[in-house]
Design a protein around this ligand. Sequence first.
Ligand code: HEM
Length: 511
Amino acid sequence: MMDISLIIVSITGFSLLVLLLTFSLFIVKIYSSKSIRDPSYPPVKGTVFHQLFYFNRLYDYQTEVAKKQPTFRLLGPAQSEIYTTDARNIEHILKTNFDKYSKGEYNQDIVKDLFGQGIFAVDGEKWKQQRKLASFEFSTRVLRDFSCAVFRRNASKMVKAVSEFAIPGRVLDMQDILMRCTLDSIFKVGFGVDLNCLDGSSMEGAKFMKVFDESNALIYWRYVDPFWKLKRLLNVGCEASLKKNIKVIDDFVHKLISTKRNLLSMQEYCNEKEDILSRFLVASQKGPERMDDKYLRDIILNFMIAGKDTSANTLSWFFYLLCKNPLIQEKIAQEVRDVTGNQEEETNIDDFVANITDETLEKMHYLHSALTETLRLYPAVPVDGRCAETDDILPDGYRLRKGDGVYYMAYPMGRMPYIWGEDAEEYRPERWLKDGVFQPESPFKFIAFHAGPRICLGKDFAYRQMKILSMALLRFFRFKLADDTKTVTYRTMFTLHMAGGLHLHTISRKN
Ligand code: HEM
Protein backbone atom coordinates (compact mmCIF):
# COMPACT_ATOMS: atom_id res chain seq x y z
CA MET A 1 0.00 0.00 0.00
CA MET A 2 2.81 2.31 1.06
CA ASP A 3 4.71 1.47 -2.16
CA ILE A 4 1.76 2.37 -4.40
CA SER A 5 1.29 5.75 -2.68
CA LEU A 6 4.97 6.43 -3.07
CA ILE A 7 4.84 5.57 -6.78
CA ILE A 8 1.81 7.83 -7.30
CA VAL A 9 3.47 10.72 -5.43
CA SER A 10 6.71 10.23 -7.40
CA ILE A 11 4.94 10.12 -10.77
CA THR A 12 2.87 13.21 -9.91
CA GLY A 13 5.96 15.03 -8.67
CA PHE A 14 7.91 14.07 -11.77
CA SER A 15 5.07 15.17 -14.09
CA LEU A 16 4.81 18.50 -12.28
CA LEU A 17 8.55 18.97 -12.60
CA VAL A 18 8.45 18.23 -16.36
CA LEU A 19 5.51 20.62 -16.74
CA LEU A 20 7.33 23.33 -14.78
CA LEU A 21 10.50 22.87 -16.82
CA THR A 22 8.57 22.97 -20.12
CA PHE A 23 6.77 26.10 -19.01
CA SER A 24 10.01 27.77 -17.89
CA LEU A 25 11.64 26.87 -21.22
CA PHE A 26 8.61 28.36 -23.00
CA ILE A 27 8.95 31.59 -21.00
CA VAL A 28 12.71 31.76 -21.67
CA LYS A 29 12.04 31.27 -25.40
CA ILE A 30 9.45 34.05 -25.33
CA TYR A 31 11.81 36.58 -23.78
CA SER A 32 15.11 35.58 -25.35
CA SER A 33 16.69 37.36 -28.36
CA LYS A 34 13.73 39.62 -29.09
CA SER A 35 15.58 42.95 -28.59
CA ILE A 36 12.95 43.84 -26.02
CA ARG A 37 14.41 47.21 -25.09
CA ASP A 38 15.62 48.14 -28.56
CA PRO A 39 13.57 51.20 -29.61
CA SER A 40 14.01 50.41 -33.30
CA TYR A 41 11.54 47.51 -32.83
CA PRO A 42 7.86 48.13 -31.95
CA PRO A 43 7.27 48.55 -28.20
CA VAL A 44 6.44 45.32 -26.37
CA LYS A 45 2.95 45.40 -24.86
CA GLY A 46 2.84 41.81 -23.63
CA THR A 47 3.16 38.18 -24.67
CA VAL A 48 0.90 35.75 -26.47
CA PHE A 49 -0.54 34.97 -23.04
CA HIS A 50 -2.27 38.36 -23.15
CA GLN A 51 -4.27 37.04 -26.09
CA LEU A 52 -5.38 34.08 -24.01
CA PHE A 53 -6.11 36.22 -20.98
CA TYR A 54 -8.25 38.70 -22.95
CA PHE A 55 -9.59 36.08 -25.37
CA ASN A 56 -13.28 36.88 -24.86
CA ARG A 57 -12.80 40.61 -25.48
CA LEU A 58 -9.67 40.38 -27.60
CA TYR A 59 -10.48 43.11 -30.13
CA ASP A 60 -11.49 45.60 -27.44
CA TYR A 61 -8.26 44.90 -25.59
CA GLN A 62 -6.38 45.57 -28.84
CA THR A 63 -8.40 48.78 -29.27
CA GLU A 64 -7.34 50.04 -25.84
CA VAL A 65 -3.67 49.36 -26.58
CA ALA A 66 -3.80 50.79 -30.14
CA LYS A 67 -5.33 54.09 -28.95
CA LYS A 68 -2.04 54.79 -27.17
CA GLN A 69 0.33 52.84 -29.40
CA PRO A 70 -0.61 52.41 -33.10
CA THR A 71 2.10 49.76 -33.69
CA PHE A 72 3.08 47.37 -30.91
CA ARG A 73 4.45 43.89 -30.28
CA LEU A 74 3.36 40.79 -28.43
CA LEU A 75 6.09 38.23 -27.85
CA GLY A 76 5.63 34.64 -29.00
CA PRO A 77 7.86 31.61 -28.31
CA ALA A 78 9.60 31.74 -31.69
CA GLN A 79 8.83 35.15 -33.13
CA SER A 80 7.24 38.53 -32.40
CA GLU A 81 3.68 39.30 -33.39
CA ILE A 82 3.44 42.90 -34.58
CA TYR A 83 0.06 44.63 -34.52
CA THR A 84 -0.61 47.85 -36.36
CA THR A 85 -3.34 50.34 -37.22
CA ASP A 86 -1.06 52.46 -39.42
CA ALA A 87 -2.38 52.61 -43.00
CA ARG A 88 1.15 53.20 -44.33
CA ASN A 89 2.37 49.94 -42.77
CA ILE A 90 -0.66 48.14 -44.16
CA GLU A 91 -0.02 49.37 -47.70
CA HIS A 92 3.62 48.32 -47.30
CA ILE A 93 2.85 44.70 -46.31
CA LEU A 94 -0.19 44.12 -48.52
CA LYS A 95 0.86 45.93 -51.67
CA THR A 96 4.21 47.69 -52.05
CA ASN A 97 6.22 44.78 -50.62
CA PHE A 98 3.71 42.04 -51.38
CA ASP A 99 6.42 39.47 -52.23
CA LYS A 100 8.25 39.96 -48.94
CA TYR A 101 5.23 38.78 -46.96
CA SER A 102 3.29 35.51 -47.01
CA LYS A 103 0.57 33.59 -45.20
CA GLY A 104 3.39 31.91 -43.27
CA GLU A 105 3.96 28.26 -42.40
CA TYR A 106 2.43 28.71 -38.96
CA ASN A 107 -0.94 29.76 -40.39
CA GLN A 108 -0.86 27.26 -43.22
CA ASP A 109 -0.16 24.44 -40.78
CA ILE A 110 -3.25 25.36 -38.76
CA VAL A 111 -5.74 25.72 -41.59
CA LYS A 112 -4.65 23.17 -44.15
CA ASP A 113 -6.69 20.20 -42.84
CA LEU A 114 -9.87 22.12 -43.63
CA PHE A 115 -8.82 24.65 -46.29
CA GLY A 116 -6.52 22.23 -48.17
CA GLN A 117 -4.71 23.92 -51.06
CA GLY A 118 -7.52 26.45 -51.53
CA ILE A 119 -6.92 30.14 -52.26
CA PHE A 120 -6.99 31.15 -48.59
CA ALA A 121 -4.23 28.78 -47.57
CA VAL A 122 -1.67 29.04 -50.35
CA ASP A 123 0.96 31.49 -51.58
CA GLY A 124 3.15 31.87 -54.65
CA GLU A 125 2.34 30.13 -57.92
CA LYS A 126 -0.54 28.08 -56.47
CA TRP A 127 -2.22 31.27 -55.29
CA LYS A 128 -1.55 33.10 -58.57
CA GLN A 129 -3.12 30.34 -60.65
CA GLN A 130 -6.29 30.16 -58.52
CA ARG A 131 -6.59 33.92 -58.24
CA LYS A 132 -6.37 34.33 -62.03
CA LEU A 133 -8.96 31.71 -62.76
CA ALA A 134 -11.29 32.78 -59.95
CA SER A 135 -11.13 36.51 -60.73
CA PHE A 136 -11.92 35.75 -64.34
CA GLU A 137 -14.93 33.64 -63.34
CA PHE A 138 -16.13 36.21 -60.82
CA SER A 139 -16.13 38.95 -63.45
CA THR A 140 -18.27 37.01 -65.94
CA ARG A 141 -21.77 38.18 -66.70
CA VAL A 142 -23.11 34.62 -66.38
CA LEU A 143 -21.92 34.20 -62.79
CA ARG A 144 -23.04 37.68 -61.88
CA ASP A 145 -26.56 37.19 -63.25
CA PHE A 146 -26.85 33.71 -61.81
CA SER A 147 -25.77 34.84 -58.33
CA CYS A 148 -28.21 37.77 -58.39
CA ALA A 149 -31.05 35.43 -59.35
CA VAL A 150 -30.11 33.19 -56.42
CA PHE A 151 -29.99 36.16 -54.02
CA ARG A 152 -33.41 37.36 -55.18
CA ARG A 153 -34.98 33.93 -54.74
CA ASN A 154 -33.44 33.54 -51.28
CA ALA A 155 -34.45 37.07 -50.24
CA SER A 156 -38.00 36.15 -51.10
CA LYS A 157 -37.77 32.92 -49.07
CA MET A 158 -36.24 34.90 -46.22
CA VAL A 159 -39.12 37.41 -46.13
CA LYS A 160 -41.59 34.52 -46.04
CA ALA A 161 -39.66 32.85 -43.21
CA VAL A 162 -39.38 36.10 -41.22
CA SER A 163 -43.09 36.88 -41.66
CA GLU A 164 -43.84 33.86 -39.44
CA PHE A 165 -42.24 35.82 -36.60
CA ALA A 166 -44.14 39.05 -37.21
CA ILE A 167 -46.50 38.28 -34.35
CA PRO A 168 -46.42 40.23 -31.04
CA GLY A 169 -44.22 38.44 -28.52
CA ARG A 170 -42.41 36.16 -30.99
CA VAL A 171 -38.63 36.46 -31.13
CA LEU A 172 -36.51 35.84 -34.20
CA ASP A 173 -32.81 34.89 -34.11
CA MET A 174 -31.74 37.03 -37.04
CA GLN A 175 -28.14 35.81 -37.10
CA ASP A 176 -29.21 32.18 -37.29
CA ILE A 177 -31.62 32.76 -40.16
CA LEU A 178 -29.07 34.91 -42.02
CA MET A 179 -26.47 32.15 -41.66
CA ARG A 180 -28.87 29.65 -43.18
CA CYS A 181 -29.70 32.02 -46.00
CA THR A 182 -26.09 32.85 -46.94
CA LEU A 183 -25.14 29.16 -46.81
CA ASP A 184 -28.01 28.32 -49.18
CA SER A 185 -26.89 31.11 -51.52
CA ILE A 186 -23.20 30.29 -51.61
CA PHE A 187 -23.97 26.58 -51.93
CA LYS A 188 -26.23 27.17 -54.89
CA VAL A 189 -23.75 29.55 -56.55
CA GLY A 190 -20.84 27.23 -55.70
CA PHE A 191 -22.31 23.85 -56.59
CA GLY A 192 -25.54 24.59 -58.42
CA VAL A 193 -27.41 22.58 -55.78
CA ASP A 194 -30.15 23.62 -53.32
CA LEU A 195 -29.19 22.90 -49.73
CA ASN A 196 -32.48 24.21 -48.28
CA CYS A 197 -31.14 25.23 -44.86
CA LEU A 198 -33.35 28.32 -44.72
CA ASP A 199 -36.60 26.42 -44.63
CA GLY A 200 -35.02 23.52 -42.73
CA SER A 201 -36.52 21.01 -45.14
CA SER A 202 -33.31 19.08 -45.76
CA MET A 203 -31.76 16.88 -43.06
CA GLU A 204 -28.61 16.60 -45.16
CA GLY A 205 -28.40 20.40 -45.40
CA ALA A 206 -28.80 20.82 -41.65
CA LYS A 207 -26.10 18.23 -41.00
CA PHE A 208 -23.71 19.85 -43.46
CA MET A 209 -24.26 23.27 -41.88
CA LYS A 210 -23.57 21.90 -38.40
CA VAL A 211 -20.31 20.14 -39.28
CA PHE A 212 -19.18 23.05 -41.44
CA ASP A 213 -19.69 25.60 -38.63
CA GLU A 214 -18.14 23.33 -36.02
CA SER A 215 -15.09 22.70 -38.19
CA ASN A 216 -14.49 26.42 -38.61
CA ALA A 217 -14.65 26.97 -34.85
CA LEU A 218 -12.41 23.95 -34.11
CA ILE A 219 -9.78 25.09 -36.60
CA TYR A 220 -9.76 28.52 -34.96
CA TRP A 221 -9.27 26.92 -31.58
CA ARG A 222 -5.88 25.64 -32.81
CA TYR A 223 -4.56 29.20 -32.64
CA VAL A 224 -4.87 29.15 -28.85
CA ASP A 225 -4.29 25.47 -28.11
CA PRO A 226 -0.53 24.78 -27.95
CA PHE A 227 -1.18 21.02 -27.83
CA TRP A 228 -3.33 20.69 -30.94
CA LYS A 229 -0.69 18.81 -32.93
CA LEU A 230 -0.26 16.22 -30.18
CA LYS A 231 -4.04 15.82 -29.93
CA ARG A 232 -4.24 15.37 -33.71
CA LEU A 233 -1.52 12.73 -33.57
CA LEU A 234 -3.34 10.87 -30.80
CA ASN A 235 -6.73 11.59 -32.41
CA VAL A 236 -8.27 12.76 -29.12
CA GLY A 237 -10.54 15.57 -27.89
CA CYS A 238 -11.50 18.36 -30.25
CA GLU A 239 -9.01 17.13 -32.86
CA ALA A 240 -10.90 13.83 -33.07
CA SER A 241 -14.18 15.74 -33.57
CA LEU A 242 -12.54 17.93 -36.21
CA LYS A 243 -11.29 14.89 -38.13
CA LYS A 244 -14.78 13.35 -38.07
CA ASN A 245 -16.39 16.62 -39.23
CA ILE A 246 -13.92 17.09 -42.07
CA LYS A 247 -14.64 13.55 -43.24
CA VAL A 248 -18.39 14.34 -43.40
CA ILE A 249 -17.67 17.52 -45.40
CA ASP A 250 -15.30 15.71 -47.75
CA ASP A 251 -17.71 12.84 -48.41
CA PHE A 252 -20.53 15.29 -49.09
CA VAL A 253 -18.48 17.47 -51.42
CA HIS A 254 -16.83 14.58 -53.27
CA LYS A 255 -20.22 13.03 -53.95
CA LEU A 256 -21.36 16.33 -55.46
CA ILE A 257 -18.24 16.67 -57.58
CA SER A 258 -18.48 13.20 -59.07
CA THR A 259 -22.20 13.67 -59.84
CA LYS A 260 -21.35 16.93 -61.61
CA ARG A 261 -18.45 15.35 -63.50
CA ASN A 262 -20.72 12.57 -64.75
CA LEU A 263 -23.44 15.01 -65.74
CA LEU A 264 -20.98 17.16 -67.59
CA SER A 265 -19.41 14.26 -69.46
CA MET A 266 -22.86 13.24 -70.69
CA GLN A 267 -23.68 16.73 -71.94
CA GLU A 268 -22.36 18.67 -74.89
CA TYR A 269 -19.48 21.03 -74.12
CA CYS A 270 -21.17 24.05 -72.67
CA ASN A 271 -19.94 27.55 -71.86
CA GLU A 272 -23.10 28.69 -70.19
CA LYS A 273 -22.70 26.64 -67.05
CA GLU A 274 -23.74 28.85 -64.21
CA ASP A 275 -22.39 27.58 -60.89
CA ILE A 276 -18.72 27.93 -59.88
CA LEU A 277 -18.04 24.16 -59.75
CA SER A 278 -19.36 23.56 -63.27
CA ARG A 279 -17.45 26.56 -64.57
CA PHE A 280 -14.22 25.29 -63.02
CA LEU A 281 -14.87 21.80 -64.43
CA VAL A 282 -15.34 23.26 -67.90
CA ALA A 283 -12.22 25.44 -67.47
CA SER A 284 -10.21 22.38 -66.43
CA GLN A 285 -11.36 20.49 -69.53
CA LYS A 286 -10.33 23.41 -71.72
CA GLY A 287 -7.10 24.45 -70.01
CA PRO A 288 -3.87 22.63 -69.37
CA GLU A 289 -4.36 22.55 -65.61
CA ARG A 290 -6.33 19.39 -65.01
CA MET A 291 -8.04 19.75 -61.68
CA ASP A 292 -8.50 16.63 -59.64
CA ASP A 293 -11.43 16.23 -57.26
CA LYS A 294 -9.35 17.15 -54.22
CA TYR A 295 -8.31 20.46 -55.82
CA LEU A 296 -11.89 21.25 -56.82
CA ARG A 297 -13.06 20.45 -53.28
CA ASP A 298 -10.49 22.91 -51.92
CA ILE A 299 -11.44 25.66 -54.36
CA ILE A 300 -15.17 25.52 -53.71
CA LEU A 301 -14.88 24.98 -49.96
CA ASN A 302 -12.65 28.06 -49.67
CA PHE A 303 -15.31 30.13 -51.42
CA MET A 304 -17.89 28.82 -48.98
CA ILE A 305 -15.70 29.63 -45.99
CA ALA A 306 -15.03 33.08 -47.49
CA GLY A 307 -18.58 33.94 -48.40
CA LYS A 308 -20.94 32.51 -45.82
CA ASP A 309 -20.10 33.83 -42.36
CA THR A 310 -18.65 37.15 -43.57
CA SER A 311 -21.90 38.23 -45.23
CA ALA A 312 -24.22 36.83 -42.54
CA ASN A 313 -22.18 38.37 -39.71
CA THR A 314 -22.06 41.77 -41.42
CA LEU A 315 -25.82 41.74 -41.94
CA SER A 316 -26.36 40.74 -38.30
CA TRP A 317 -24.33 43.75 -37.05
CA PHE A 318 -26.12 45.89 -39.62
CA PHE A 319 -29.56 44.98 -38.25
CA TYR A 320 -28.26 45.41 -34.72
CA LEU A 321 -27.07 48.93 -35.56
CA LEU A 322 -30.39 49.72 -37.27
CA CYS A 323 -32.24 48.72 -34.10
CA LYS A 324 -29.97 50.97 -32.08
CA ASN A 325 -30.54 53.78 -34.65
CA PRO A 326 -34.23 53.61 -35.65
CA LEU A 327 -34.03 56.87 -37.63
CA ILE A 328 -31.38 55.35 -39.88
CA GLN A 329 -33.55 52.23 -40.24
CA GLU A 330 -36.43 54.42 -41.46
CA LYS A 331 -34.17 56.39 -43.77
CA ILE A 332 -33.10 53.18 -45.54
CA ALA A 333 -36.69 51.92 -45.76
CA GLN A 334 -37.58 55.24 -47.40
CA GLU A 335 -34.68 54.93 -49.85
CA VAL A 336 -35.91 51.44 -50.77
CA ARG A 337 -39.38 52.82 -51.53
CA ASP A 338 -37.98 55.81 -53.45
CA VAL A 339 -35.51 53.88 -55.59
CA THR A 340 -37.78 50.93 -56.38
CA GLY A 341 -40.79 53.19 -56.87
CA ASN A 342 -42.65 50.67 -54.75
CA GLN A 343 -44.88 52.78 -52.50
CA GLU A 344 -48.01 50.68 -52.16
CA GLU A 345 -49.03 49.18 -48.86
CA GLU A 346 -49.93 45.82 -50.37
CA THR A 347 -47.13 44.42 -52.45
CA ASN A 348 -46.05 40.93 -53.31
CA ILE A 349 -42.55 39.85 -52.27
CA ASP A 350 -41.85 37.88 -55.47
CA ASP A 351 -42.80 40.88 -57.62
CA PHE A 352 -40.76 43.16 -55.41
CA VAL A 353 -37.49 41.17 -55.63
CA ALA A 354 -37.97 40.53 -59.35
CA ASN A 355 -37.72 44.29 -59.86
CA ILE A 356 -34.39 44.68 -58.05
CA THR A 357 -31.99 45.13 -60.96
CA ASP A 358 -28.28 46.00 -61.06
CA GLU A 359 -29.35 49.54 -61.81
CA THR A 360 -31.57 49.68 -58.72
CA LEU A 361 -28.74 48.39 -56.56
CA GLU A 362 -26.39 51.05 -57.84
CA LYS A 363 -28.81 53.80 -56.88
CA MET A 364 -28.95 52.69 -53.23
CA HIS A 365 -26.24 55.07 -51.99
CA TYR A 366 -27.52 55.44 -48.45
CA LEU A 367 -27.87 51.68 -47.97
CA HIS A 368 -24.39 51.16 -49.45
CA SER A 369 -23.03 53.70 -46.97
CA ALA A 370 -24.87 52.14 -44.04
CA LEU A 371 -23.44 48.68 -44.89
CA THR A 372 -19.94 50.13 -45.31
CA GLU A 373 -20.27 51.98 -42.02
CA THR A 374 -21.24 48.66 -40.40
CA LEU A 375 -18.08 47.05 -41.78
CA ARG A 376 -15.99 49.96 -40.54
CA LEU A 377 -17.12 49.35 -36.96
CA TYR A 378 -17.72 45.60 -37.16
CA PRO A 379 -15.37 44.25 -39.85
CA ALA A 380 -16.22 40.60 -40.57
CA VAL A 381 -12.52 39.74 -40.36
CA PRO A 382 -11.49 41.68 -37.25
CA VAL A 383 -7.75 41.01 -37.42
CA ASP A 384 -5.73 39.70 -40.32
CA GLY A 385 -2.10 39.63 -41.30
CA ARG A 386 0.96 38.38 -43.08
CA CYS A 387 4.27 36.84 -42.15
CA ALA A 388 7.64 38.51 -42.94
CA GLU A 389 9.79 36.46 -45.30
CA THR A 390 12.83 38.73 -44.73
CA ASP A 391 13.98 41.36 -42.22
CA ASP A 392 12.33 44.66 -43.07
CA ILE A 393 11.62 48.22 -41.91
CA LEU A 394 8.02 49.44 -41.84
CA PRO A 395 7.11 52.96 -43.05
CA ASP A 396 6.55 54.10 -39.43
CA GLY A 397 10.23 53.33 -38.84
CA TYR A 398 9.93 50.13 -36.81
CA ARG A 399 12.01 47.10 -37.74
CA LEU A 400 10.85 43.54 -37.93
CA ARG A 401 12.58 40.21 -38.35
CA LYS A 402 12.13 37.35 -40.77
CA GLY A 403 9.41 35.08 -39.39
CA ASP A 404 7.61 37.85 -37.44
CA GLY A 405 3.85 38.11 -37.94
CA VAL A 406 2.45 41.52 -38.94
CA TYR A 407 -1.26 41.97 -38.28
CA TYR A 408 -3.56 44.82 -39.19
CA MET A 409 -6.29 45.40 -36.65
CA ALA A 410 -9.44 46.14 -38.62
CA TYR A 411 -11.79 46.27 -35.59
CA PRO A 412 -9.62 48.63 -33.52
CA MET A 413 -8.95 50.76 -36.64
CA GLY A 414 -12.65 51.61 -36.94
CA ARG A 415 -12.50 53.05 -33.41
CA MET A 416 -9.38 55.20 -33.71
CA PRO A 417 -10.01 58.98 -33.50
CA TYR A 418 -6.64 59.50 -35.23
CA ILE A 419 -8.03 57.66 -38.29
CA TRP A 420 -11.74 58.59 -38.41
CA GLY A 421 -12.01 61.68 -36.22
CA GLU A 422 -13.49 62.26 -32.76
CA ASP A 423 -16.78 60.58 -33.72
CA ALA A 424 -14.97 57.37 -34.79
CA GLU A 425 -17.11 55.14 -32.54
CA GLU A 426 -20.37 56.60 -33.77
CA TYR A 427 -22.48 54.81 -36.41
CA ARG A 428 -22.88 57.52 -39.02
CA PRO A 429 -23.53 56.39 -42.64
CA GLU A 430 -23.40 60.05 -43.71
CA ARG A 431 -19.62 60.06 -43.34
CA TRP A 432 -19.48 58.07 -46.61
CA LEU A 433 -21.71 60.44 -48.61
CA LYS A 434 -21.05 63.60 -50.58
CA ASP A 435 -24.12 65.22 -52.13
CA GLY A 436 -25.97 61.93 -51.68
CA VAL A 437 -23.34 59.91 -53.54
CA PHE A 438 -21.21 57.20 -51.87
CA GLN A 439 -17.50 58.11 -51.69
CA PRO A 440 -15.06 55.19 -51.28
CA GLU A 441 -12.06 55.48 -48.93
CA SER A 442 -8.52 54.20 -49.37
CA PRO A 443 -8.64 50.38 -48.93
CA PHE A 444 -5.65 50.67 -46.56
CA LYS A 445 -7.71 52.86 -44.24
CA PHE A 446 -11.04 51.04 -44.69
CA ILE A 447 -9.46 47.59 -44.55
CA ALA A 448 -12.54 45.33 -44.09
CA PHE A 449 -12.03 43.67 -47.49
CA HIS A 450 -8.23 43.40 -47.20
CA ALA A 451 -6.22 45.32 -49.85
CA GLY A 452 -3.57 44.94 -52.53
CA PRO A 453 -3.28 41.94 -54.87
CA ARG A 454 -5.12 39.68 -52.39
CA ILE A 455 -8.07 42.01 -51.88
CA CYS A 456 -11.34 40.11 -51.31
CA LEU A 457 -12.55 38.55 -54.54
CA GLY A 458 -16.15 38.51 -53.41
CA LYS A 459 -16.57 42.17 -52.46
CA ASP A 460 -19.10 43.10 -55.16
CA PHE A 461 -20.76 39.73 -54.80
CA ALA A 462 -21.13 40.35 -51.05
CA TYR A 463 -22.54 43.87 -51.48
CA ARG A 464 -25.09 42.64 -54.01
CA GLN A 465 -26.26 39.87 -51.69
CA MET A 466 -26.35 42.12 -48.63
CA LYS A 467 -28.22 44.86 -50.48
CA ILE A 468 -30.85 42.56 -51.98
CA LEU A 469 -31.50 40.87 -48.64
CA SER A 470 -31.69 44.06 -46.62
CA MET A 471 -33.85 45.83 -49.21
CA ALA A 472 -36.37 42.99 -49.11
CA LEU A 473 -36.37 42.77 -45.31
CA LEU A 474 -36.64 46.52 -44.72
CA ARG A 475 -39.36 46.89 -47.33
CA PHE A 476 -41.59 44.49 -45.45
CA PHE A 477 -40.55 44.76 -41.80
CA ARG A 478 -39.40 47.05 -39.05
CA PHE A 479 -37.02 45.50 -36.50
CA LYS A 480 -36.51 46.07 -32.77
CA LEU A 481 -34.17 44.42 -30.27
CA ALA A 482 -36.04 41.85 -28.18
CA ASP A 483 -34.12 43.04 -25.13
CA ASP A 484 -32.65 46.52 -25.40
CA THR A 485 -30.79 46.19 -22.11
CA LYS A 486 -28.79 43.10 -23.07
CA THR A 487 -25.11 43.66 -23.92
CA VAL A 488 -24.40 42.46 -27.41
CA THR A 489 -20.88 41.29 -28.08
CA TYR A 490 -18.83 39.05 -30.34
CA ARG A 491 -17.53 35.54 -30.07
CA THR A 492 -13.80 35.48 -30.80
CA MET A 493 -13.22 33.40 -33.93
CA PHE A 494 -12.15 33.87 -37.60
CA THR A 495 -15.11 36.12 -38.31
CA LEU A 496 -16.92 38.60 -36.09
CA HIS A 497 -19.73 36.33 -34.97
CA MET A 498 -22.35 37.72 -32.57
CA ALA A 499 -22.19 35.81 -29.30
CA GLY A 500 -25.55 34.20 -28.56
CA GLY A 501 -27.25 35.41 -31.75
CA LEU A 502 -29.34 38.50 -32.50
CA HIS A 503 -32.81 38.32 -31.00
CA LEU A 504 -35.33 40.64 -32.60
CA HIS A 505 -38.99 41.56 -32.62
CA THR A 506 -40.34 41.84 -36.13
CA ILE A 507 -43.13 44.24 -37.05
CA SER A 508 -44.83 44.00 -40.43
CA ARG A 509 -44.84 47.32 -42.33
CA LYS A 510 -48.32 46.53 -43.66
CA ASN A 511 -49.88 47.17 -40.26
C1 HEM B 1 -18.95 41.22 -46.09
C2 HEM B 1 -18.43 40.24 -46.76
C3 HEM B 1 -16.95 39.95 -46.90
C4 HEM B 1 -15.88 40.47 -46.25
C5 HEM B 1 -15.88 41.54 -45.17
C6 HEM B 1 -14.70 39.83 -46.78
C7 HEM B 1 -13.40 40.08 -46.37
C8 HEM B 1 -12.28 39.43 -46.85
C9 HEM B 1 -10.95 39.55 -46.32
C10 HEM B 1 -10.56 40.39 -45.09
C11 HEM B 1 -10.13 38.78 -47.05
C12 HEM B 1 -8.63 38.54 -46.83
C13 HEM B 1 -8.43 37.23 -46.11
C14 HEM B 1 -7.02 36.75 -46.12
O1 HEM B 1 -6.16 37.37 -45.52
O2 HEM B 1 -6.75 35.75 -46.72
C15 HEM B 1 -10.93 38.17 -48.07
C16 HEM B 1 -10.43 37.33 -49.04
C17 HEM B 1 -11.23 36.65 -49.92
N1 HEM B 1 -12.60 36.74 -50.06
FE1 HEM B 1 -13.82 37.94 -49.00
N2 HEM B 1 -15.08 38.94 -47.74
C18 HEM B 1 -16.45 38.98 -47.85
C19 HEM B 1 -17.24 38.22 -48.69
C20 HEM B 1 -16.76 37.35 -49.63
C21 HEM B 1 -17.59 36.57 -50.51
C22 HEM B 1 -19.10 36.60 -50.54
C23 HEM B 1 -16.74 35.82 -51.27
C24 HEM B 1 -17.04 34.82 -52.35
C25 HEM B 1 -18.12 34.31 -52.66
C26 HEM B 1 -15.39 36.14 -50.87
C27 HEM B 1 -14.26 35.60 -51.44
C28 HEM B 1 -12.98 35.86 -51.02
C29 HEM B 1 -11.82 35.17 -51.56
C30 HEM B 1 -11.81 34.11 -52.64
C31 HEM B 1 -10.70 35.68 -50.87
C32 HEM B 1 -9.24 35.28 -51.04
C33 HEM B 1 -8.54 36.24 -51.96
C34 HEM B 1 -7.08 35.91 -52.14
O3 HEM B 1 -6.44 35.40 -51.22
O4 HEM B 1 -6.58 36.19 -53.22
N3 HEM B 1 -15.44 37.07 -49.89
N4 HEM B 1 -12.24 38.58 -47.94
